[in-house]
Design a protein around this ligand. Structure first.
Ligand SMILES: [Zn+2]
Length: 83
């Protein structure tokens, strides 16, 4: 079973409106004009490395794993349905 990702520590979160280039935009609280962003260093990316990992799209390996589980379940139910 996969372990849950550890929480990302945002060193100095600030209002999104005061975020500078090179600071993580990931929203960690508030909304609208009071939206608070992570603001960890993000190089030229929108999000810091930890938040990029959090929001990464499923990998092909992950999709293949899910397909494998579904195939296995289908085989099991076909076997269970057999006389
Ligand atoms: Zn971040």
């Amino acid at each position: 079973m996969a372990h849950p990702a550890p929480p990302v520590v945002s060193a100095a979160p600030r209002l999104w409106l005061t975020r500078k280039p090179g600071e993580c935009a990931f929203p960690i609280g508030g909304e609208g004009a009071t939206l608070i962003s992570c603001c960890n260093p993000s190089a030229r990316q929108t999000y810091c490395p930890a938040h990029r990992r959090l929001i990464r799209a499923p990998t092909e390996t992950g999709e293949r794993f899910v397909r494998g589980v579904l195939d296995w379940l289908n085989r099991q139910s076909a076997r269970d349905a057999a006389p």
